[in-house]
Structure formats: C-alpha cells, structure tokens
Design a protein around this ligand. Sequence first.
Ligand SMILES: Cc1cc2nc3c(=O)[nH]c(=O)nc-3n(C[C@H](O)[C@H](O)[C@H](O)COP(=O)(O)OP(=O)(O)OC[C@H]3O[C@@H](n4cnc5c(N)ncnc54)[C@H](O)[C@@H]3O)c2cc1C
Length: 414
Amino acid sequence: MKKNIVILGGGFCGLGVARRLGKKFAGSSAKEKEYQIILIDKETVHVYTSDLYEISTAYNREITSACLTALEDSVCINIGEALGKIKVNFMHDKITEIDTRKKRIHLTRNGQLPYEYLVIALGSNTNYYSIPGLEENAMPLKKLKDAMALHCEIDQFFRIRKEMKSNDPVHFVTGGGGATGVEFTCKLKGYIEKLSEKYEFDPKIVDISIIQAGPEFIGIGEKPSRIAIKRFNDLGIKYRINTFIKKYDGKSITLKDEKTGETILRPADILIWTGGIKVNPLLKDGELEVNSNLECKNNPGVYAGGDNAIIYDGKGSPVPKIGQLAVQEAGIIAHNIRADITGGKRKTFHPLIKGYIIPLGETNYMYSKNGFAITGIIPFLLRRLLDIYYFSRYMPLGTAIFRIFHKTKIFKTQ
Ligand SMILES: Cc1cc2nc3c(=O)[nH]c(=O)nc-3n(C[C@H](O)[C@H](O)[C@H](O)COP(=O)(O)OP(=O)(O)OC[C@H]3O[C@@H](n4cnc5c(N)ncnc54)[C@H](O)[C@@H]3O)c2cc1C
C-alpha cells in the first residue's frame, strides 16, 4: 500500500502543488515510490477567477444554453486534462471533514482517506459580515456560479422591465471597492449600454454607484485609487469612500458615512456584493497559520496555502490573498513536501508581488506596482500575455493562445 500525499482543493494553490509535485515525482527515487499524490476537488474544473467579472457582464443577443456553456468554458480548465500524464490521481469528491488527529479526510462518496502529508488549499467564501439583509438580497461575485447568476439576472431584469413597459430609474450598487468591485463596475457601464439597445431603454435612466468602506479604492495605494476615481467620473459612475453598508432589503440600501456619521438611504434594485471573504467553513478554527515553510503551526506534515492560510512576509505583515501568491506558495509547498520525503533542504516562502493589473472597462486597464501606475492598452495586452502564460501551464501553448483569443471575443460587449 502506498502512502498518500493528499491535496485538498484544485484552485490556484492546490492544482499548482499537484502539478509541481507530480512533475518532481516523475523520476521517482525509491523513497518517492512509497507515495502517491491525490488531488481532491468537488468540481471537475479549475476556475480562473480573474475573468469572473467578464462573465457577469458579457453581452449576448440571446441567452442560450450554448452561450452559457461557452461563457463557463472560457474561464474553466478541466482538472483531469490539466494534470494530463502527470503522476497525480484526481478524485472528484466533496470534502466534509478534515481530521488532523487521525490523519484522515472524510469525503461524500469515497468514505475516509488516510494521509501522510496533507495540503489544505480550499480557498475562501463570500463574507457578508452579518449585515442585515445582505446575504438574502445581494448578489455576490466570488464563484463561477455567482458570475453566471449575475449574467442572467441583469439581462432578465431589463427583459422584465421591457415586458412591463417600465421606464422607472434603475439603481445598481456595488458594495466593496476592492479590485473585483472596481473592475466589475467599470465593465457594467458598457454592458448596460449594450443592453439598452437590446431592450430599448435609455441608458441614462440607469444609475451605477460603488461604495467603499475604506479611504481608497482597490487598496493598493493612493495613485491607483485616484485613477479608478477618474475612470468612474469619465464613465458617470457615482462613488463613495469611507462608507459602510449597514442594511439592504432588496430595494433600498442603508449607508453610514464613517467620517460625518451621516446615515443615508438609497434605492438599490441590484446590489452586487464584493466586500469581503471568509475562510472555508470546513476549517472550524479559522484560517490556518503557517510557518515560513508554509507548514501549519503545531501540525507537522500538514501544509496550507492560498486564501485559507495566514502567511506572513519577512516583516511580520500578512500577505494578501491573491492568486499570483497562491501560485508561488504552491511551488514552495511542493518543494518542501519532496524535501521532507527525500531528506532535502526546505525552502522559505518569500512573497513577490509582480504588480496588479486592474481592468477599468473595455481595453482600458491599469498596471500598478509599489505606488506606480500606468493605464491604457499596454496593461491590457500584458494581462492577456499573463493569461496565456497561466493557461499554458495546464495545456499546450497553442491551445492556451487560442483559448485566450477566443475568450476575449466572447467577453466583448460590442
Ligand atoms: C472575482 C475574483 C477575481 C479575482 N481576480 C484575481 C486576479 O486578477 N489576480 C489575483 O492574483 N487574484 C485574484 N483573485 C483572488 C484569487 O482568485 C484567490 O486568491 C485564489 O483563487 C486563491 O487560491 P486558492 O487555491 O486558495 O483557492 P481557490 O482557487 O478558490 O480554490 C479552492 C478550491 O477548493 C475547492 N473546494 C472548496 N471546498 C471544497 C470541498 N468542501 N470539497 C472539495 N473541494 C472544495 C473549490 O472547488 C476550489 O477549486 C480573484 C478572486 C475573485 C473572487
């Protein structure tokens, strides 16, 4: 019987660990031959979250099952195909419990699975912070199903209005001015314009606003925030900073300006919530704290990375929960598990943020790093190159290039 290295979650971190570890085990030594690698995910696909805002706002003349499938496919990488010939067994199953005391994983279909080494990379969920009415009435933008639901909901909203011959003003509010909120809201503007042709309404009756709790948009510095605000002004998007959402009943939203203490009531027909994440509910004690080798504190042989881990940089600050770091963490975890097995030297994790690319509607993108920022088509092209680079890890380069060109066409609003 082989001993198991079990990887939980086929997202940015988990799939990255599986691929790298599987490759490292290719020329297996006697020690490595004692192990098999098992990757578990409840989905059969890995979701490229960076494009979820595109899915939610991609224009379709007619919403058919074929166009919905094309949209889903554009951001999904089949996990089995991504692993290809790499020595990893993929198990499509839902994890229901992680028992680190007995070193066992409980699964919906496959019962219990023992492990020798474990990687926990289960990602995160939307956090509604117990704000009254938010979870019941707002639409999140976190998972693939959220983006698909938004896509259909927005279209259907205007279709019903046309059927009812309604010309009442419409209010869209984005709650949360981080990267996801900003990119979604900027793209929404163009999407509404396309829908106004399809459903014959005046786009001027649609009021779009974005609410940010903190003092800056995006949260990566003053300059990127200023650029986002300029873009909002150009697009006619209203915005507020230092403002908290206190309540949402499906029709109106209650806000509180933290600076003035003023309470504001605003209409909100659709509230898109991008304001926070929380750890996967399987981790009952919260996020997993790891050491500099990304091994869980007090739990030898258990590693964690991605959104479900608290990882500190060399200066003692927690690193942001972003895909580009989850991928880097995957490399360290794969290396260190192999080092544990073969007696090699472990590596320490040094986060390297290569910058942020923030879409601001159509091909207008921003690249920002350490307070520096540029906008225009160059960051857009850079983003497409990075997309190709990421996809080519899991498929031949030609297929990756084709997929990125194809999805760019699918996402276009004009
Ligand atoms: C809309 C949006 C846009 C983003 N854009 C960017 C961006 O442009 N750049 C960037 O760097 N980061 C971006 N991020 C952040 C990035 O997506 C996350 O930081 C990253 O996905 C974290 O990787 P992960 O491996 O921890 O989790 P995930 O990639 O979320 O993977 C977790 C996996 O665990 C599986 N899973 C969960 N629970 C179970 C269970 N019970 N049983 C079995 N499987 C389970 C899930 O199906 C999933 O495949 C974005 C996030 C969102 C929501």
